[in-house]
Design a protein around this ligand. Structure first.
Ligand SMILES: [Zn+2]
Length: 159
């Protein structure tokens, strides 16, 4: 088990466009494991993208424990988006900040799983929001770039 320090806003790695993972090999699996372990250690997050642990590669994990939801996505691509919904978000890399962010309400995302198989997920509501938030991290975008209202004193969960 390897738990990483979460990279905070201000570090340039969070602003890079992350590189695709060219092979689902041991290094890629280790990355997924480290993302999972680090996310679980925070106990506050629901998602963690590789740049947030300082690795500029296209992968993230999502865990919504209350709903038994756990996904690992390598080279995700959002291929369809529909609707619009505003919702509050936070981020482990931007501690203490909560923002209202408009996102697509539903989406379809294509990705590789840890077996290297191509998968597709249809997501809506909160899960769709988390997928978009994590996917933005791979393009160097933080939720604060899209926030239309801030509430800095909140203690909501981070993503
Ligand atoms: Zn985030």
């Amino acid at each position: 088990m390897a738990v990483y320090q979460i990279i905070k806003d201000g570090d340039p790695v969070l602003r890079e466009k992350a590189k695709p993972i060219t092979a689902v090999n041991d290094a890629a699996l280790r990355l997924l494991n480290n993302l999972r372990d680090t996310l679980r250690e925070t106990a506050r997050g629901v998602g963690l993208a590789a740049p947030q642990i300082g690795i500029s590669k296209r992968a993230f994990v999502i865990e919504i424990a209350d709903e038994d939801i756990y996904y690992e996505m390598i080279n995700p691509q959002i291929i369809k988006m529909d609707g619009r919904e505003e919702g509050w978000e936070g981020c482990l890399s931007v501690p203490g900040v909560e923002g209202l962010v408009p996102r697509a309400e539903k989406l379809k995302v294509k990705y590789l799983n840890r077996e290297g198989q191509e998968c597709e997920l249809f997501a809506e509501g909160y899960l769709a929001r988390v997928v978009q938030h994590e996917n933005d991290h791979l393009d160097g975008i933080l939720f604060t770039d899209k926030t239309i209202a801030f509430n800095k004193d909140s203690e909501e969960e981070g993503e």
